[in-house]
Ligand binder design. Sequence first.
Ligand SMILES: Cc1ncc(COP(=O)(O)O)c(C=O)c1O
Length: 380
Amino acid sequence: MPKKNNPLKFETRALKSTQNIKSEVHAVSQPIYLSSTFERNKEGQYREGYKYSRNDNPNRRALEKSITSLENGTAGFAFGSGMAAISAVFQSLKMGDHVILPDDIYFNINLLMKEVFSRWGLYYSFVDMSDIEAVSHALIQNTRLIWVESPSNPLLKITDIQSLSKLAHAHQILIAVDNTWPTPVLQNPFDLGADIVVHSTTKYLGGHSDVLGGCIILKESGALAHRIQSIQVQMGAIPSPFDCWLISRGIQTLHLRVTKQTENAQKLADWLVEHPKIQRVLYPGLKNHPNHEIAVQQMKGGFGGMLSLLINGDEVQTLSIANRLKLFTQATSLGGVESLVEHRKSVEGVKSQTPENLLRLSLGIEHIDDLINDWKQALI
Ligand SMILES: Cc1ncc(COP(=O)(O)O)c(C=O)c1O
């Protein structure tokens, strides 16, 4: 496992941790091991510790070590998608356990609880996580886990992770943070008291909208790590070696991309907030955000590449603005090098609680002048 308090800086670790695979020909770039199985010697040993690729694979191990190091964790487990990783956290609980989730949680997790885990005997409540008192009131005897998204998807609410961790730990409850949006470049939940970090590596870690993946990182190894590993290996929702390789390659440029995307998001938010056609810009980097001060304390170097807007108008007017944008591609997902715009309500479907006039933006690495000009022409 990677050492905690690694003396190397983030950018160096991101590069070195993804190159650390042994190569017989001394390759500089990570070789891809597609083999599903590994040779056992006459003494019955697996010389490098690899037996079968569902259990472990050199590319998966390199990816897990890298993300664990960047999150200052102790153990990491890669999965075939963010939802597979998130499901594994819930699968590690037992029947009758209760989970508290953010009221504006990523829509598919809401469906996952309602359509899958409720039938498996998990109980859950949705609460406004930016209100610690509301969370405290939602605790019951069987509460085992509090789930956090900060900034949240799609309302960009900020949760005070440190205060929530104190509350949770006073009741022997675990805190899991979905750190997909801020990435470890901008936020390290373990340093704020969290126990579990989850990523959809499909987003910023992969960074190029060409691979799906997920990861769970734990602050401590121990019984929970064993349960998660068992779910990963026995249930087998693992990423392929090539997918692990793509995500590792993405990690090598993560810091550069997130820094630029964050800068673009802040500049666009500052511009949009003054525009008469915009009712509200939801971005924690704006001073008028209700939890701006908490975001300043718990995030480092900026507030991320995601923002949402409320248009002055109805659904039809909102969609027509999205249709007029030329540089922002209308597509779901986020965190890639290209800018995307999404009308969340129509993507989420009839059960969506998202306002009809909300557009969610994922900022890419294009020049900010071009992005602002695109909004100028779309908001005519
Ligand atoms: C915050 C967050 N968590 C998890 C997921 C799910 O990840 P995946 O699509 O890789 O399963 C998403 C997807 O958009 C997300 O935005």
